[in-house]
Design a protein around this ligand. Structure first.
Ligand code: FMN
Length: 253
């Protein structure tokens, strides 16, 4: 790849992306409806598969509902303490209605499950970036998939709708950290022309050391990357998820 070393490739968008950090602690200060509207509607420009727009967004401000969502996500306090919680939903319900309008039945499949989940994820990422561009802080909440049926019941989802992840949004309680959490080495993640399988172990070990150093400097007693991954993924996570999502109207074949 040719890189022009005399030019700095930077825009407001890349600046925002380069400053990203998940924020879990918020000021008691409202995010205005107008600002939220601007964020959500900018994010709605995100690409979606075949323009099917197979997602919905749910905004939850009510403290009591957020408290219940916090419990469902495994007691994640920031869902209660943020100003606004936003959920990103895979939504096959609307496609089913559109099909019925033309006397057809929506053929659900693994593909519709993936398409709706990907669409929801893309709009969610755009919301995070747009929110951060306004100086807001946010953290995505995959914990919404701990008990997706209870989330659906609480928020009144019809069949064919599940929350892929949520997001706590608010004004950050602290200044952004001087040093951001290091990512995996670029050479391990970005491949050119062909996937490069060469010597991943030494580069993973290199990242383990970098991350251990990062946590160590913050007095965070968190083990580095590969160890926790190995422990976390030595058995299937959320083993009931397929069964639950099938009962909620999603197909996996
Ligand atoms: C899909 C998704 C789900 C996530 N779920 C949670 C969550 O439930 N709780 C949480 O505290 N952080 C969650 N995170 C945030 C990640 O932990 C965080 O992005 C990662 O550790 C990198 O840190 P950084 O975003 O501060 O750079 C989630 C992130 C993603 C992309």
């Amino acid at each position: 790849m040719m890189i022009d070393e005399f030019v700095t490739y930077e825009t407001a968008v890349t600046q925002t992306l380069n400053q990203h950090v998940s924020v879990r602690s918020f000021l008691d200060k409202p995010v205005s409806d107008e600002m939220l509207h601007a964020i959500l509607n900018a994010a709605r420009r995100s690409p979606t598969s075949s323009n099917m727009q197979t997602y919905s967004i749910i905004v939850v401000r009510d403290p009591e509902t957020r408290q219940k969502l916090a419990v469902l996500a495994g007691n994640q306090k920031h869902i209660e303490e943020c100003d606004v919680f936003v959920g990103f939903l895979a939504d096959l319900n609307r496609l089913g209605i559109a099909s019925e309008m033309h006397g057809e039945t929506l053929a659900k499949s693994l593909e519709t499950t993936l398409v709706s989940t990907v669409d929801a994820a893309l709009v969610g990422m755009s919301v995070q970036t747009a929110a951060e561009s306004f100086g807001l802080g946010a953290v995505m909440i995959g914990g919404m998939r701990n008990q997706p049926h209870k989330v659906a019941e609480l928020l009144g989802f019809p069949s064919g709708v599940y929350m892929v992840f949520g997001m706590s949004i608010g004004w950050p309680a602290a200044d952004p950290p001087a040093v951001l959490k290091p990512r995996l080495p670029e050479s391990l993640v970005i491949h050119h022309e062909r996937y490069d399988p060469t010597d991943p172990i030494s580069r993973i070990a290199e990242y383990d050391a970098t991350l251990a150093d990062y946590y160590g400097q913050r007095n965070q007693n968190t083990a580095a990357w590969s160890g926790p991954i190995a422990q976390r993924l030595n058995k299937p996570r959320r083993p009931h998820l397929r069964q639950t999502l099938e009962a909620m109207g999603f197909h996996f074949d």
